[in-house]
Ligand binder design. Sequence first.
Ligand code: FMN
Length: 187
Amino acid sequence: MSQELINLIKNRRSIFPASYTREEISKETLLEVIEAANTAPTHKLTQPWRFTIFRGNGLVKLADKFAELYQEGTPAPLFMQKKLDATREKVLQSSAVIAINLHVSGALPEWEELAATACAVENLWLAASALGIGGYWSSPGTISQLSDFLNLAPNEKCIGLFYMGYHQEEPKAANRKSVETVVRWEE
Ligand SMILES: Cc1cc2nc3c(=O)[nH]c(=O)nc-3n(C[C@H](O)[C@H](O)[C@H](O)COP(=O)(O)O)c2cc1C
């Protein structure tokens, strides 16, 4: 089991919407991955992560919002219908998209709550991988313009969108520098 767990961690990859099969992810399954996220470590137990889960018609609303942001934020000479369509398509190819929101409590330095939220996302990502669901963390500049759409409180901000879908991708090794480059021993 411990080696299985290590392999799960090492084999987690970013899987993008073009690879999703569009099979529905049940609410029950989504809650299972959120349960995993919710057990992440958190200093003073502030549990600073918040999630807005888009599925079904919620995905259409999110796709429309991204299309609107692209249209509003792109000067006419740079506007490309292909880009707008691709932005919408990415959302609509997903079986669920989870907005990752940070709730800043003020009880701790903000970086600690950001770090805890990133731990929660890794938990979510691993749990999804274990269930055969692919996903990836997307952080476009437009996330800073989603506060009203997501009904966020003044002390909350969106730090990314987690796209999700079942997929048939073959396992792929991680593309990383070797551990020697990131470790310094003091013995
Ligand atoms: C905080 C964070 C933000 C990310 N934002 C994006 C993004 O905007 N677009 C993207 O294609 N990948 C994004 N990624 C995914 C990384 O590109 C990906 O994890 C990296 O290439 C390693 O690949 P792997 O996840 O398959 O191991 C993000 C990852 C993290 C942790």
